[in-house]
Write a protein that binds this ligand. Structure first.
Ligand SMILES: [Zn+2]
Length: 174
């Protein structure tokens, strides 16, 4: 078995790639472009003087479902925010979700992450679980490299055998 299976990286400028991604991810072409552009723009606002590893994230809210923000479709962004006490720093994905949730959103349709790397980079393990808290396991996570080439995986694919809020007693006051 190949220890490093090849993953085909798709191109944002390839209409067939974008079309196929939109079809499988339930996105319009405009939503795809906004996720790509918003995550890249958020990357520009990263505070990462220690790692110099810029990460931007964008989440698309709304869609069907109950809860605050249901039915709306807005983009909420985040960037990594580091700290002189290194472990205190926060990833872009958690900043984006924290901002969106604090704004009242509870329904999410897609997540995008952008870095300066040559190949698309996935959310860290902690962020995968953080995303799992607020997303159905079928929600797509779009990962863009520095040239806006991308790979898409679902929450389920990035975090198999996961548990979420449905596995626990409902938290009081939530
Ligand atoms: Zn992370």
């Amino acid at each position: 078995m190949d220890p490093t299976p090849k993953i085909r990286v798709q191109s944002s400028s390839n209409a067939a790639d974008v079309q196929a991604t939109c079809a499988s991810a339930g996105l319009t072409a405009a939503e795809f472009a906004s996720l790509r552009d918003a995550s890249a723009a958020a990357k520009e606002r990263a505070y990462c003087p220690y790692s110099r590893f810029r990460v931007g994230a964008a989440v698309l809210t709304g869609g069907s479902g109950a809860g605050a923000g249901a039915g709306e479709s807005v983009f909420v962004t985040g960037a990594n925010v580091e700290n002189a006490s290194y472990p205190v720093g926060t990833c872009a994905e958690r900043v984006a979700f924290g901002t969106a949730v604090a704004d009242g959103h509870r329904v999410f349709r897609a997540v995008a992450v952008a870095t300066d790397l040559e190949t698309p980079c996935s959310p860290c393990g902690m962020c995968r679980q953080f995303i799992r808290e607020f997303c159905d396991v079928n929600v797509p996570i779009l990962m863009f490299d520095k040239n806006a080439n991308f790979v898409v995986k679902t929450v389920q694919e990035l975090l198999p055998l996961s548990f979420g809020p449905e596995a626990l007693d409902p938290p009081r006051g939530a």
